[in-house]
Ligand binder design. Structure first.
Ligand code: C6P
Length: 418
């Protein structure tokens, strides 16, 4: 009953994908009578048994509210929750656990910064720099802030290959820039952005940087100190953890100076009708009962990732992506949207004369799960002149055979539309 998952030694290369797949029970499921081919990992990843077990253990044996009770279970749950915070700190190589704020997900993390840091720092005429490839979660909160404050968004353009124009970025930085907020890995293109360089340029102009890491953490080691960013956001459900839990990393000095985001229990030190004083960071930003089981489940996912040789995983995913890109490029009438030199995990594509939703529906009949639509990146779709794309997105448990199944299913699309 201690909430900790034993961590065996790291698995060494060669990357044993079949052994990994056995850890994910859903991959044994049949969909429409066929073995599931799950290629929608950018939307959400599947969960290893260790994460599923951790949730069952919390609710079956350890459930209590945290930071409140003096009883045994409450102390146990509090310790497990705070252990989870330290596990996230280690995952991101953050200097201090107080820099890890638990939130619902990437969306809430960005909203927290927009409401708290944004309202404090951004005034009329100020500017926030984003990129053309941002997810709506990293556009709309800033747009709402700009509307409220009379500030404006400046947008880093994206090239035809799906890469950021860093010269244009440098020109956008100016005395009115209050924050740069960019995605680490694009969910719609797969582009891996040079976040370290972006931070360097922004800091050179005295501007803090938020990195949206929603699509990065499951695919590469992330080191917030090496990146040098001021804020980093990700969602638990995209790194093999539960939904409803996510993380905002923030530099301690910034978090200390920021006002609370929401008011309520746990974020206070003392309350009278005249005045409230606030708790220390990170609790100042965690009003109300948090997703306790979610944080403990996320810790189980992090422990699971710690057992994996991330360098071998990265090499495997890279080869799989290359194989898939080549295989898809051979499909008649198919065009890949997003051909950046540095890519991770995602292939977006369009097929002549076939609407992406029709592709998705026909693939589903074959047991192949992909996502179709604008991927919450309407400005990016506009940039590429398409209303939507079909998107296959990969994770560490996907295989070459599944890529072949995708290609085979795309041939069925051709047959239907011939
Ligand atoms: N992208 C996709 O299918 P939440 O919903 O808060 O966990 O994550 C939001 C988010 C923010 N940034 C990026 C880069 C993302 O990819 C996402 C979620 C999913 O692409 C759902 S739209």
């Amino acid at each position: 009953m201690n909430g900790a998952v034993p961590v065996p030694a790291v698995w060494r290369a060669p990357f044993d994908v079949e052994r990994l797949r056995a850890d994910f029970p859903i991959l044994r499921e049949l969909v429409r009578g066929r073995r599931l081919v799950y290629l929608d990992n950018a939307a959400t990843t599947q969960k290893p048994q260790a994460v599923i077990d951790s949730l069952a253990r919390v609710y079956g044996q350890e459930n209590a509210n945290i930071h409140r009770g003096v009883h045994f279970l409450s102390e146990l749950a509090t310790a497990a929750f705070e252990d989870a915070r330290r596990a996230v700190q280690r995952l991101l190589n953050a200097p201090d656990p107080r820099e890890i704020v638990f939130v619902r997900g990437t969306t809430e993390a960005i909203n927290l910064v927009a409401h708290s840091f944004g309202r404090q720092q951004v005034g009329a005429g100020d500017e926030i720099v984003l990129s053309e490839m941002e997810h709506h979660s990293n556009i709309v909160p800033w747009q709402m802030l700009c509307e409220e404050r009379g500030a404006r968004l400046r947008v880093i353009p994206v090239s035809d290959r799906g890469e950021l124009d860093l010269d244009a970025f440098e020109r956008l930085l100016g005395p009115r820039t209050k924050l740069v907020s960019v995605v680490h890995v694009s969910n719609a293109l797969g582009t891996v952005n040079p976040v370290r360089r972006i931070v360097e340029l922004a800091h050179g102009a005295g501007v803090p940087v938020l990195v949206d890491g929603a699509q990065a953490v499951a695919h590469m080691p992330v080191d917030v100190q090496a990146i040098g960013c001021d804020f980093y956001a990700f969602s638990g459900h995209k790194v093999f953890g539960p939904t409803g839990i996510g993380v905002l990393y923030g530099r301690q000095a910034l978090l200390e100076a920021m006002p609370p985001y929401q008011g309520g229990g746990d974020m206070i030190r003392s309350v009278t009708f005249e005045r409230t004083t606030y708790n220390d960071v990170p609790h100042k930003f965690e009003a109300g009962t948090p997703n306790i089981a979610g944080a403990i489940g996320l810790r189980a996912a992090i422990d699971y990732l710690r057992r994996i040789d991330l360098a071998a995983m990265g090499a495997y995913e890279h080869d799989l992506l290359e194989y898939a890109t080549e295989a898809l490029t051979c499909v008649k009438g198919l065009r890949v949207v997003g051909t950046a030199a540095e890519k991770s995990g995602v292939i977006s594509f369009v097929l002549d004369e076939v609407h992406p939703h029709d592709i998705g529906t026909i693939l589903d009949q074959e047991g192949v799960a992909i996502r179709t639509g604008h991927h919450c990146c309407q400005p990016l779709m506009h940039r590429f002149g398409v209303p939507a794309t079909a998107r296959a997105s990969f994770a560490l448990y996907n295989t070459y055979a599944e890529v072949d199944a995708l290609v085979g299913a795309l041939r069925k699309v051709h047959e239907v539309f011939a």
